[in-house]
Design a protein around this ligand. Structure first.
Ligand SMILES: *Cc1c(COP(=O)(O)O)cnc(C)c1O
Ligand SMILES: [Zn+2]
Length: 390
């Protein structure tokens, strides 16, 4: 197996950068870099049937992944999570084709594992020893775990009000944890200040080009699990937006490979009413999101007041004819209980938000009950005992 990574390309100004050296953002405009592949090359050597024979983890898509030497792959078995038919939940809503992509089964209990597995692997390949990131919790846990697996060092900057379990995980994996008063933006500033003069490589969301490649595999998996066909809608709890962007990138690459056609799912962002910069920008028809003041929600993964990828997320929503919707913390807690008792899945609050969003979209008629709808449960509810005491 061989990676067909060819170069990095800026998502904003188109500037090309080499893939074989450390890069964060575009050196010309400071925006997000995407890895690009020689897809014509992949087409010649790889078929959908070949993939079916490979191990059930996200590295089965190796040709479309950015690690050149397979020995640099740092893996804990992430990916190829089940796409579960939610029959009882679907029935209660009148939906005949409702599914849950169950990301809670990943290492460290969330889909952050996918992105950090790739970022840590690539950093290792490029000679990095120390990695730094601000995190609302789960990304920090995943970075800490993969750094431990790789024998590398992680420096994680965390808002001090994050869920207890995230702190305990970081400590267990022996990351260097720094608690910061304030939100993820404050943690980001602290990370930057403390990195100055040190050779710590930043793996902050989308300020590093490879985490999105891990999230991309969620899109490939859904399509593979549906027999190389598309759902009609994907409802995704959006914080920094890596997941929605990664899946969209996957669909483009799969179409260029000729493995799927032009059809795309409606990409639907769910946020919290306590922090909804993307929903607000979408409703106002804006191409950029303004920072959300005083962000508050129990869904810490959605507490991203100023997503760096705002222009890309809003582009995907509009290109896919999707939408964006905000739900309350009360709706989120109700949805946690509903999914638990109807489906036997203890979802994280972010995952529950997708069900709350779905209810609104059915009521509005934006989605109808025969469509193939995928809800994303981005993490395991087992990480949030304080939310399941009911
Ligand atoms: C990070 C996180 C999110 C938001 O993910 P993005 O891809 O950055 O938008 C959602 N749910 C959970 C559990 C998370 O940890
Ligand atoms: Zn640029």
């Amino acid at each position: 197996m061989k990676s067909y990574l060819s170069h990095l390309e800026c998502t904003h100004c188109g500037r090309v950068a080499p893939a074989n050296q450390l890069q964060n953002v575009c050196s010309a405009c400071g925006k997000i870099l995407y890895p690009r592949y020689d897809l014509e090359g992949v087409k010649k050597v790889l078929s959908r049937e070949d993939i079916a024979l490979r191990p059930a983890n996200m590295w089965r898509y190796y040709e479309l992944m950015p690690v050149i030497n397979p020995e640099n792959v740092v893996t804990l078995g992430e990916g190829m999570t089940p796409l579960i038919e939610a029959k009882r939940l679907g029935k209660s809503l009148g939906c005949s084709n409702l599914m849950i992509k169950e990301e809670g089964l990943n290492p460290t209990g969330t889909f952050k594992a996918r992105g950090l597995s790739v970022a840590v692997s690539k950093a290792k390949e490029l000679g990095v020893r120390d990695m730094v990131m601000p995190s609302a919790g789960n990304a920090g846990s995943a970075l800490a775990a993969y750094a431990a697996k790789a024998g590398m060092r992680a420096h994680v900057f965390l808002p001090d009000d994050i869920p207890e379990m995230n702190k305990l995980e970081c400590i267990a994996y022996q990351a260097q944890c720094c608690y910061v008063q304030g939100n993820i933006a404050d943690a980001g500033r602290a990370a930057e200040e403390n990195s100055r003069g040190k050779d710590w490589f930043s793996v902050s969301t989308l300020k590093e080009p490879y985490r999105v490649e891990g999230k991309k595999t969620m899109g490939i998996e859904i399509v593979e699990q549906l027999g190389w066909s598309m759902p009609d809608a994907i409802i995704y709890p959006t914080g920094g937006g890596t997941g929605i962007l990664g899946m969209w990138k996957a669909f483009d690459e799969l179409e260029q490979l000729g493995w799927i056609g032009e059809k795309r799912p409606k990409m639907i962002c769910v946020q919290s009413t306590g922090c909804a910069p993307i929903v607000k920008a979408f409703n106002e028809g804006s191409k950029f999101a303004e920072p959300w003041p005083d962000a508050q929600t129990i869904a810490t993964g959605l507490k991203v007041p100023s997503p760096f990828a705002d222009y890309l997320i809003l582009g995907v929503i509009s290109d896919s004819k999707g939408t964006a919707i905000a739900v309350t913390d009360t709706e989120i807690i109700e949805a946690v209980q509903e999914i638990a008792h109807l489906e036997g899945i203890l979802v994280c609050p972010e995952g529950a938000a997708t069900l709350a969003g779905l209810k609104h979209l059915l009521a509005q008629g934006f989605l109808n009950c025969t469509e193939r709808i995928v809800l994303f449960n981005t993490g395991s509810g087992l990480k949030y005992p304080e939310l399941v005491s009911v």
